[in-house]
Design a protein around this ligand. Structure first.
Ligand SMILES: [Zn+2]
Length: 295
């Protein structure tokens, strides 16, 4: 039985720090689902409920321009989903903190905060919901126009991002390792939750400054990054199904598990709010101190 995490219907404001941001594994599985279900479909009608979530970088009227285009391909780049359209535009979705896609028959009840709807020719809807109104849906004729897309570093799971390349890229940064892992220009796709998982798997304190990391710790971080993300894709692929609006996080080892025992050593998992976000880690497996005394 699939169990869904508690974050799926997060109430804006109240669950400020528990709303889970879609990251590489979540979006990779959503991409695969959409490839199977909407490629070839014509966008028969477009409804924009909250214009603030859409940005038209292509010119003309958003709705008019999008209507009648056909979905040619679905791809993912970092935390962006890209729908290539025929005759030639792109619809780019950047969910940020709380954006979700909901795939449902046209007559099915909408989720709260459904702000934009593509009615597909086969009677299905692709809906964009966003409890925080921070994400964006861009219509563009040129991907280079989409803010943040061109600046992305290599995909975190790209085979070309070898250990040597990872090490080399890390040298450009002097901050805390968790902050670097979530910097999209360093490597694309990792957010708050999976950065915690990677640091825990590597046994590295998330607030360690990069210059303090040993070669061996960097190698452990690299291996942990590849394992955590690729394992999550496999797990989510089995669990998500058509419920692409539901974020499943119950298989994570430390993130969102403050106060519970560490699965490796049994120590109570720490939870601290730092840098405007929640971080979970094990003080036993990931020793370190927040007071670093500078770089
Ligand atoms: Zn532990």
């Amino acid at each position: 039985m699939t169990s869904k995490g508690p974050h799926a219907f997060g109430i804006a404001g109240l669950l400020c720090y528990t709303v889970a941001m879609p990251e590489l594994p979540d979006l990779e599985v959503i991409k695969e689902f959409l490839q199977d279900h909407i490629v070839g479909q014509e966008i028969a009608e477009v409804e924009v409920v909250r214009p603030i979530v859409v940005r038209n970088l292509a010119g003309g009227d958003f709705t008019t321009r999008l209507t009648g285009q056909r979905v040619k391909q679905v791809s993912r780049r970092g935390k962006f989903l890209i729908l290539a359209l025929d005759p030639g535009d792109y619809l780019v979705i950047n969910p940020m903190l709380a954006g979700r896609l909901h795939y449902a028959p046209r007559g099915e009840r909408r989720l709260r905060k459904t702000f934009a709807v593509l009615h597909l020719a086969d009677g299905m809807d692709l809906r964009y919901t966003d409890t925080r109104t921070m994400g964006k849906v861009y219509l563009t004729d040129d991907l280079a126009k989409v803010p943040g897309l061109a600046e992305l570093g290599p995909e975190a799971l790209d085979p070309a991002l070898t250990l040597d390349v990872f090490r080399e890229r890390l040298r450009r940064y002097r901050g805390e390792i968790k902050g670097i892992l979530t910097t999209q220009s360093f490597a694309a796709g990792i957010g708050n939750a999976y950065a915690d998982e990677i640091c825990w798997r590597a046994g590295v304190y998330p607030f360690r400054k990069r210059p303090k990391l040993s070669d061996e710790e960097i190698e452990r971080l690299y291996q942990a990054m590849r394992e955590v993300l690729s394992e999550a894709v496999v797990t989510l692929r089995e669990q998500v199904g058509a419920d692409i609006h539901v974020e499943i996080r119950d298989f994570l080892k430390v993130h969102g598990r403050g106060g519970q025992p560490c699965p490796r050593c049994g120590t109570t998992i720490s939870e601290i709010k730092a840098r405007q976000r929640l971080t979970n880690f094990c003080r036993q497996c990931q020793p370190g101190s927040l007071i670093t005394g500078g770089v």
